[in-house]
Design a protein around this ligand. Sequence first.
Ligand code: KIV
Ligand code: ZN
Length: 390
Amino acid sequence: MNRKIIVLDTTLRDGEQVPGAKLNMQQKIETAQQLRRLNVDIIEAGFPASSEGDFRAVQEIAKSVGDSVSITALARAVKSDIDAVYESIKLAQDPLIHIVLGTSNIHVEKKFSRSKEAVLQMGVDAVKYAKTLLPHVQYSTEDASRSDFEYLWKTIEAVVKAGATMINVPDTVGYAVPEEFGELIRRIHERLKNLDDRVILSVHCHNDLGLATANTLSAIKNGAEKIECTINGLGERAGNASLEEVVMALKVRENYYQCHTHVQTKELLRTSRLVSHLTGLDVQVNKAITGENAFAHSSGIHQDGLLKDKQVYEIMSPEEVGADSMELILTARSGRHAFKNTVEKLGFDTGDEMDFEQLFEEFLQLADAKKEVYDHDVFYLVTNHRAVDG
Ligand code: KIV
Ligand code: ZN
């Protein structure tokens, strides 16, 4: 069975926690509108208890796009935070309260200095209170991947009985590795199914070891039904799982995962560029899916193969993510085939009219000197060659 994976985008909450990535109200609304175009299922719009500005931004986002996409916002397990979330998202059509509370020994002992039982009770009380306000409540077991499994499960069981409709399992500090995280999700999924199969199992992975995408995919393979991610992988420290990577992995490898999302992948590049522009944070050139070089080919062997059939070196078409068609970067390593292709693309006839071998030699000299040769260089090269030829 091909399952639908629910996509929650947290660019405006976890993503906005990146130092220097502060967005003003208008920029947040613009981002939310683009996320709606991208067709994510849920937008996490902020952390309303953190400031008056954040509260108002969440409220405006809920008003602006909450008629067609579910809106959530984050609360700690305290009444005042939950009230702030409720007040800010209540005008959305499908509002969801998101409560977070740690389950690892480190969090329980160092952050709360309370007994495990007392922390668990805080979580249960928070869910019960949230349920008096809204029907949909997500509970995040912060630092789940470093938690004792039986305590983690005890917490999940108790908050589900208290009314939580989604359980989110975060790898808060990016500590997990794919096999281990997949196994954690498999065990939770197995028990959750027996407890209440209507409850949605979600994951939220951080990228401290560069494994956020891999961990998210491993979780999906093991039963996760919802994923949390951000555009360009923005987020605390090394960031969150990158939405564009997870979504395209599911699309390109649909047969393997037997899952799909409702994300409009043709909007991915535009969304990535918008978020980069608004936050002022560049996307690395070799970033998968949306980096400048994601569909650029420079080696002669690859260019020759691609010109014969794109599938030789392309696993997805650039158009699928909203990029222009593949780009051949001419360098001294480009062969005759790629060079000839560019000359002809510029409207020149490479037949009888010119000494192609001579022209190719001139191109190699230029490429040695310049490293990368652009279309305007080739244009100049050909016109100059013709003029000299007379
Ligand atoms: O990383 C984390 O644990 C979080 C939670 C609020 C889900 O961001
Ligand atoms: Zn996070």
